[in-house]
Design a binder for this molecule. Structure first.
Ligand SMILES: [Zn+2]
Length: 150
């Protein structure tokens, strides 16, 4: 008895979570002058951990852009992490502005990143501002919460 022959679908085995529109050699969504593969994908794929709170924040923005909800949950502090996380598939993330940072370097255990993330939803442009708090948990930066608006 022979097994039914199935033709493997091109690209399906590689990275099913990543939209096909974002090739590894594409510019990273986070805005750094590197390819996605050499920038935030190293964190998304677990090849490295973000060295600073800002890099973690950028990689989380990129995770929104590529639809990697698992990475977002993984880099969320256990005390504030949502039980489930549903990303809006129609929301396209179009750019990230880092407005300021405090602490958050290799020498710190906490830090903040102030940013504005731009998106378009059903053809309407919008943006989201947040002043986020990050802490180092077990040596790795994780997102804690947002500071209240000043
Ligand atoms: Zn990046």
């Amino acid at each position: 008895m022979s097994k039914p022959k199935k033709k493997p679908l091109a690209g399906l085995s590689d990275a099913p979570r990543r939209p096909a529109t974002l090739a590894p050699a594409a510019p990273c969504p986070c805005g750094r002058p590197e390819t996605y593969r050499d920038c935030c994908a190293t964190f998304h794929e677990g090849r490295a951990t973000a060295p600073t709170a800002e890099r973690l924040m950028r990689s989380r923005y990129s995770a929104f852009a590529v639809g990697d909800a698992a990475y977002l949950r993984r880099t969320w502090h256990p005390t504030t992490r949502p039980a489930t996380l549903d990303l809006e598939p129609a929301q396209r993330w179009t750019g990230l502005d880092i407005l300021g940072t405090t602490s958050g370097t290799a020498f710190h255990t906490e830090g903040t990143v102030e940013f504005r993330a731009h998106y378009s939803l059903h053809g309407v442009a919008g943006s989201q501002y947040e002043h986020s708090r990050f802490v180092r948990e077990g040596g790795e930066w994780v997102y804690l919460d947002a500071l209240p608006d000043a």
